[in-house]
Design a binder for this molecule. Structure first.
Ligand SMILES: Nc1ncnc2c1ncn2[C@@H]1O[C@H](COP(=O)(O)OP(=O)(O)OP(=O)(O)O)[C@@H](O)[C@H]1O
Ligand SMILES: [Mg+2]
Length: 252
C-alpha cells in the first residue's frame, strides 16, 4: 500500500533522506524509528504529499503521489507532528471540515465524528472552540480527523506525544483494530515499548538511510548477537555509548 523506491530528499547540499526503498503491505502496522534528525518526519511528509522528493518514487495503493496527488491523497490520512488546527472551529466542526476536504459529508461522517469524539472522551467538548482545548485534547482531535474519512492508509508522526495513559491505550487499540480490518498504518515513534508491542514490522532509519527493517525476530538477527529487546537493538544499530562518553568528558 505504501511503496518507496529510491526515495531521497536534499535540502541544499544536505541529504536528509538517502535513497530509501520500502514496501508496507495492506493491513500492516509499520513502525518507523530512528534518532532525532534521522529523516523520519521528512520521509512521512513526502509520503503525505506535503514535501516533494528530490529523487525516487512514492506510490500509495499503486498511485504515484507526485504524478497524481489528488487520487493518492484521497486514500491517505496524515497526522503531522506539529499539526495546524483552526482555533475558531469547534471539535465537531473541525472533523466535518476535514471530512469535507475529502468530499465526504452527511450522516455517515456525523456518526463517525460522534463515535471518535466519544472514544477519546471529547463528547462534552464537541461544541467548544478548539482554542479552549488542552494540548492532549488537540492531539486527540487531530488523530480523530485522520480517521473520520476512513482512509485506506494512515501516516502518523509521533502520535503518542502528549497523550495520557488512557488515551495512549485507546490509540494503540484503534491502530491495531484498524489494521486488522485491512487498513495500513505507518507511524513514527520514539517509544520503543510501543513499537515493540504494537507494530508488525519496524524500520530503523539513521542519517537518512534504513539501517534495519523487519519483524522483531529479524531485527534481532540484524543486530549483533545478544541484542534482545528493541532498546538494545536500537542502540546497537544507532550508537550506544554517547551518554557515557559525555560524562567521561565532563568528569575529565
Ligand atoms: N526545511 C529544512 N531545511 C533544512 N534542513 C531540514 C529541513 N527539515 C529538516 N531538515 C533536516 O533534515 C534532517 C532530518 O529531519 P527530520 O525532521 O526528518 O528528522 P526526524 O527523524 O523526524 O527527527 P526527530 O526524531 O527529531 O523528529 C535533520 O538533519 C534536519 O535538520
Ligand atoms: Mg520528526
Amino acid at each position: 500500500m505504501i511503496r518507496l523506491s529510491g526515495l531521497s530528499k536534499r535540502y541544499g547540499s544536505f541529504t536528509a533522506v538517502d535513497n530509501i526503498d520500502l514496501d508496507v503491505p495492506r493491513g500492516e502496522l509499520f513502525g518507523f524509528l530512528g534518532p532525532n534528525g534521522a529523516g523520519k518526519t521528512t520521509t512521512l511528509r513526502m509520503i503525505a504529499g506535503i514535501l516533494r522528493p528530490s529523487a525516487g518514487r512514492i506510490e500509495i495503493a499503486g498511485i504515484d503521489i507526485v504524478k497524481d496527488p489528488r487520487a493518492a491523497k484521497a486514500k491517505l490520512g496524515f497526522i503531522p507532528d506539529r499539526p495546524f488546527i483552526y482555533e475558531k472551529l469547534t471539535g465537531a466542526e473541525f472533523l466535518r471540515f476535514v471530512a469535507g476536504l475529502y468530499e465526504q459529508s452527511g450522516a455517515q461522517v456525523e456518526h463517525r465524528a460522534r463515535e471518535l469524539l466519544a472514544l477519546f472522551d471529547l463528547e462534552e467538548w464537541r461544541d467548544e472552540l478548539v482554542e479552549s482545548y488542552s494540548h492532549g485534547m488537540r492531539q486527540k482531535l487531530i488523530i480523530s480527523s485522520a480517521f473520520v474519512h476512513r482512509p485506506e492508509v494512515i501516516v502518523v508522526d509521533e502520535p503518542m506525544v502528549g497523550l495520557d495513559p488512557k488515551a495512549a491505550k485507546i490509540l494503540k487499540d484503534l491502530f491495531r483494530e484498524y489494521t486488522r480490518r485491512g487498513h495500513t498504518i505507518m507511524m513514527s515513534t520514539h517509544t520503543l515499548e510501543v513499537a515493540q508491542s504494537l507494530c508488525d514490522r519496524i524500520g530503523i532509519i539513521q542519517a537518512g538511510k534504513i539501517r534495519a527493517c523487519g519483524t522483531m525476530d529479524e531485527l534481532r538477527q540484524d543486530a549483533e548477537a545478544g541484542a534482545t529487546g528493541l532498546e538494545h537493538i536500537f542502540l546497537k544499530l544507532t550508537g550506544e555509548n554517547a551518554a557515557r562518553e559525555l560524562v567521561e568528558v565532563l568528569d575529565a
